[in-house]
Ligand binder design. Structure first.
Ligand code: ATP
Ligand code: MG
Length: 435
């Protein structure tokens, strides 16, 4: 029978790295776990709390939250009608769900600022290619309830610290301000006036955006459009006093902290609710899908979704792109067990299972050979396992309640009672860790 394959744009994350086209390596699970653990540690130090929201939500949440004029809502959503006749959508991003939860559970009533992080699968119906999938993963942070420019800087630092700690090189941090609603309205007119005479030369998507979402034209990947956009007036020249003051403070603090950035007045985030600071971190090692992290301030979104006026700022990192970069740099090796248990004979095998379980309960990582094959073959696997020592049980040991402890590096072997082994498990642990 023909076997069933995974759907296009979805990927398995395996214990081993996978090779795909052009010798490129897709990261193994250990790389993913390392990224997640590193992020979690950073979030913990900055006292951000994890939030887990559902993988699917009412379609209206994303339509209102992300905006109908965006590609994500217009073209990319996985929307379905459930058996209760509700229109549901697999979440294409994390912010809308977090904001919905913030409003639904009145998190503002907790007082102060909510600092949250999330990690999980996102879904967009896109053309699958390197760094672009239909099911992908994001890790992200959201700070709700602070308009202070220091909140912008704090989240930026979390992103740059994380990427630096993971050892990523060749990154560019692009920064812009898209101002507030009034600034954008003013700029929008200026931009449309500038672009309209070039309309025929713009790519089809951009022509379409000229009336719906003209700022997004600045972000076009089309070369001809880019050339036209390069000479467009800069939004930074249209910021009002409040926006300018906010942005200046962000810039001053970033400089003070020694964070290098490129001021990029053509950087826009597609969504209407974005205000003030917008940023993207790009890697020159990723080809066309260069953006690893995107974020910014969204002071309008909580209100847009029916909550109280709440300034907010956050970012999301695409984990496929991040782990793809890491997989080319290094391999994170699978953790080795502390002990490998080999046994042969009915009584010995039953005894080995019990002993392995007792040692696991003492916190040791114990690999139990289940093959029932000859000792010689089991010893080979013990050597390959990376364990420092192996425990050997035959009929004699089982009958006497003893076990052979063999150190795999030196070959040194001693007989010990199982009772003593478990009593002195701390000494054993120390010896295992030292070797
Ligand atoms: P792009 O312009 O690359 O499509 P975007 O603006 O749609 O990005 P965001 O919504 O800002 O992306 O998402 C934040 C990050 O999530 C991106 O920078 C990217 O790293 C990642 N990401 C977005 N869409 C995908 C996808 N289809 N597959 C893999 N990663 C993705
Ligand atoms: Mg996209």
């Amino acid at each position: 029978m023909e076997s069933i394959q995974s759907l296009p744009g979805t990927e398995d994350i395996l214990p081993q790295p996978q090779r795909v086209g052009q010798g490129l390596k897709v990261a193994d699970i250990h790389t993913w776990q390392w990224v997640e653990a590193t992020a979690r540690e950073l979030f913990q130090r900055a006292v951000y709390q994890e939030i887990r929201t559902p993988t699917f939500e009412q379609t209206a949440l994303f339509e209102r939250g992300i905006g109908e004029a965006t590609d994500v809502v217009g073209k990319e959503m996985y929307t379905f009608v459930d058996k209760g006749d509700r229109s549901c959508t697999l979440r294409p991003e994390g912010t809308a769900g977090v904001v919905r939860a913030y409003i639904q559970h009145s998190l503002q009533a907790q007082g102060g600022v909510q600092r949250l992080w999330y990690c999980g699968s996102m879904f967009r119906y896109e053309r699958p290619q390197k760094g672009r999938q239909r099911q992908f993963h994001q890790i992200g942070v959201e700070v709700l309830g602070s308009a202070d420019p220091r909140a912008d800087v704090e989240v930026i630092l979390l992103a740059t610290d994380l990427l630096q700690r993971l050892g990523l090189k060749n990154l560019t941090f692009n920064l812009n301000s898209v101002g507030d609603r009034d600034d954008r309205q003013r700029y929008r007119e200026v931009l449309v006036n500038y672009l309209t005479p070039f309309k025929a030369d713009l790519d089809a998507d951009s022509q379409d955006r000229l009336s719906r979402n003209p700022l997004r034209i600045l972000d076009s990947k089309d070369e001809k459009t880019q050339a036209i956009a390069a000479d467009a007036p800069s939004i930074l020249d249209y910021l009002g006093d409040t926006s300018k003051r906010h942005f200046d403070r962000v810039l001053a603090q970033l400089s003070d902290l020694g964070i290098e950035f490129v001021l990029n007045p053509r950087l826009v985030r597609g969504l209407d609710y974005y205000t003030h600071t917008a940023f993207e971190i790009q890697s020159s090692d990723l080809g066309a899908q260069a953006t690893v992290c995107g974020g910014g301030r969204y002071d309008g979104l909580v209100q847009e979704l029916g909550g109280p006026v709440t300034p907010a700022v956050g970012w999301a990192i695409g984990l496929e792109r991040l782990t793809l970069l890491l997989a080319q740099l290094q391999t994170v090796s699978a953790p080795s067990p502390d002990l490998y248990v080999v046994s042969r004979g009915e009584a010995a095998e039953a005894n080995a299972l019990k002993l392995a379980q007792a040692l696991r309960n003492h916190g040791l990582a114990v690999d139990l050979d289940l093959s029932g094959s000859a000792f010689g073959k089991q010893f080979k696997r013990a050597d390959r396992s990376g364990a420092a020592a192996c425990l050997i049980l035959g009929d004699e040991e089982a009958a006497q309640g003893t076990v052979q402890l063999k150190w795999l590096q030196s070959g040194e072997q001693t007989s010990i009672t199982q009772a003593d082994l478990l009593t002195d498990v701390n000494a054993l642990r120390q010896k295992l860790q030292a070797s």
